[in-house]
Design a binder for this molecule. Structure first.
Ligand code: NAP
Length: 466
């Protein structure tokens, strides 16, 4: 009889795909379980940490401190990072499934949602997710160009990403310069002519998705005055019920902050307008964005499920720059089922299921690709714990022969001449980024080119010359 799965002589071999927060929290939960387990983490880029590195705004350094926790997890002797290895590009789901007892997909949500309105393709209209990737030095976005020559910028959507975009547009460049923001972004932002920003939601202030801490920050941007229309403080009956619910404390705090903004005396500062109940209908312009038509909205429905619908009026706004910040979206992975409507891998508490609802033995999901793009970094911890709990419950069904794990993956990658970057390689890249940052008096200067990253991963810091 073969030794039980999870024993020293038959360790549970798990591949985690994606090295963002949900991937690392899944690794933590597995390595902390009372059994023998080997965890191999695949990451398509040579560098780890996903949205912590490429999504968190550069001026929110404290949020990035969680990478210290992830680095500790990576030091575990039974953990190994395979950076520069992508599921679907370098190894297929079938090849991974053959080699590991279980695979946890933690690939997040890298694509963005569209508005689906006329004029969305006009120059001057951008996805917030592209802007975020660009200012954070993500290699996929480093060559993009953002035309910041318009005096009026509009951001559609009222989540925390919209607030990040707003802050980066408005914050003094000398403050951003010290962070790990990409140098190309600093150069472009220093030339920005944006003098007025409209942060626009289709529903009311009670339904806005941003969190109070992030909203409050908009009140302390030097040279900018947040402006709120008095009508924002006349919530309908259902919105009043939402505000009265103790579970909805964030909305109540948001309303208090908005009231403080409203009470400020008008100043000659640049205007940062928070506007509600406006849904973009069409974007107009000859050759580039010039004007936006909005349908004024009213709210319909019961508390917490209120939706917006046109109220019969339209308003126009002249603007040459627009960011749609209406949420991220996961993309399908060839060979795995995908729920295109929700933009997630169909799953039941993390167990990936087929279209007919049948669990795919050995396949799990966690993070945004499991539940959609919601929650803060810490939300992923509980999410990954749930997925790992289900995986451990399934242990008896996962014990199949031939799951040789790491050596077999390494052999496959060698056969394909794919060079994987381990955690030590990442530490070398990180050291070089810090070194380059120190030369510019900033936290770090991220490498934005994959070839440079690969070279740095094998080079002792201080000896590389680019
Ligand atoms: P989000 O919080 O889901 O906000 C999306 C916004 O887009 C909502 O205001 C939504 O309005 C609006 N929207 C959606 N479709 C629209 C349409 N067709 N037309 C107009 N408006 C539309 O998404 P997010 O800002 O991308 O953030 C994603 C997650 O990351 C969130 O959980 C967020 O808290 C988190 N995050 C956290 C931080 C931080 O902690 N500092 C920073 C960045 C991101 P409705 O409500 O009406 O749908």
């Amino acid at each position: 009889m073969s030794p039980v799965l999870g024993s020293e002589s038959n360790p549970l071999r798990v591949a985690i795909v994606g090295s963002g927060p949900s991937g690392f929290y899944a690794a933590e939960a597995l390595l902390g379980a009372a059994l023998s387990v080997e965890v191999d983490m695949l990451e398509r880029l040579p560098v780890p940490y996903g949205l912590v590195r490429y999504g968190v705004a550069p001026d929110h350094a404290k949020l990035k401190a969680v990478t210290k926790v992830f680095a500790e997890i990576a030091k575990h002797p039974r953990f190994r990072l395979f950076g520069n290895v992508a599921l679907g590009r370098d190894v297929t789901p079938a090849e991974l499934g053959e080699r590991y007892h279980a695979v946890i997909v933690a690939t997040g949500a890298v694509s963005d949602r569209k508005l689906g309105i006329e004029g969305e393709q006009l120059p001057g209209v951008y996805a917030a997710s592209d802007f975020v990737g660009w200012y954070n030095g993500h290699p996929d976005y480093a060559d993009m160009r953002f035309d910041l020559s318009s005096e009026v910028a509009v951001i559609i959507g009222q989540g925390n990403v919209a607030i990040d975009v707003c802050r980066i547009l408005a914050k003094p460049v000398q403050e951003l310069r010290r962070t790990d923001i990409a140098e190309h972004a600093i150069e472009a932002l220093a030339q920005s002519r944006v003098r007025e920003i409209h942060l626009i939601g289709r529903r009311g202030p009670v339904q806005a998705r941003f969190t109070p801490k992030e909203l409050r920050e908009l009140g302390s941007l030097p040279g900018w005055q947040p402006v709120v229309d008095g009508e924002a403080f006349e919530p309908n009956k259902a919105s009043r019920a939402e505000l009265a619910d103790p579970a909805n404390a964030n909305s109540l705090k948001n309303m208090e902050i908005l009231r403080c903004f409203f009470a400020r005396p008008l100043s000659p500062d640049r205007k940062l307008a928070l506007r509600f109940l406006l849904a973009p209908r069409a974007l107009h312009g000859a050759g580039r964005l010039q004007r936006i038509t909005f349908d004024v909205q009213r709210l319909v429905g019961d508390p917490f499920t209120q939706q917006s619908e046109p109220d019969g009026y339209a308003v126009e706004l002249e603007a040459g720059l627009l960011f749609r910040s209406v949420g991220y979206r996961s993309t399908a992975i060839a060979g795995l089922p995908f729920d295109a409507r929700r933009g997630v891998l169909p799953n039941c508490q993390g167990r990936i299921v087929s279209e007919s609802g049948q669990a795919l033995v050995g396949w799990y999901a966690t993070g945004w690709v499991k539940r959609g793009p919601t929650g803060v970094i810490g939300t992923n911890r509980l999410d990954s714990v749930e997925t790992v709990e289900r995986l451990l419950e399934d242990l008896p069904t996962l014990d199949r022969p031939g799951k040789s794990g790491r050596p077999s993956l390494i052999a496959l990658l060698e056969q394909r001449l794919r060079r994987a970057v381990g955690f030590e390689g990442w530490l070398r890249i990180e050291a070089l980024e810090h070194q380059r940052g120190a030369q510019r008096n900033k936290v770090a200067e991220k490498l934005t080119c994959i070839t440079e990253m690969l070279l740095a991963s094998t080079t002792v810091p201080g000896t590389a010359s680019f």
